[in-house]
Write a protein that binds this ligand. Structure first.
Ligand SMILES: [Zn+2]
Length: 73
């Protein structure tokens, strides 16, 4: 199993001043979709189903609430 830590500010990518790269688990609050996304320099790599707006990530199911992000350590 992969260890997942909940960030201090759920749903926000850039919680630290330092750019961060790695993987995050993205949980959509609307449809509960779970997806692992690559992050490079605090930006998710472009995917079909997820859109980044600022430090928030939104699912394309129409959710108006940003996805919750969990860093994978
Ligand atoms: Zn969704």
């Amino acid at each position: 199993m992969t260890t997942v830590l909940e960030p201090k500010a759920p749903g926000v990518l850039a919680e630290d001043k330092d750019a961060w790269s790695g993987e995050v688990v993205v949980l959509c609050p609307r449809c509960k979709a779970l997806q692992t996304l690559q992050v490079v320099g605090d930006s998710i790599l472009p995917t079909r189903k997820y859109i980044q707006k600022g430090t928030q990530v939104y699912h394309d199911c129409g959710s108006t609430q940003p996805c919750r992000l969990y860093r994978i350590l």
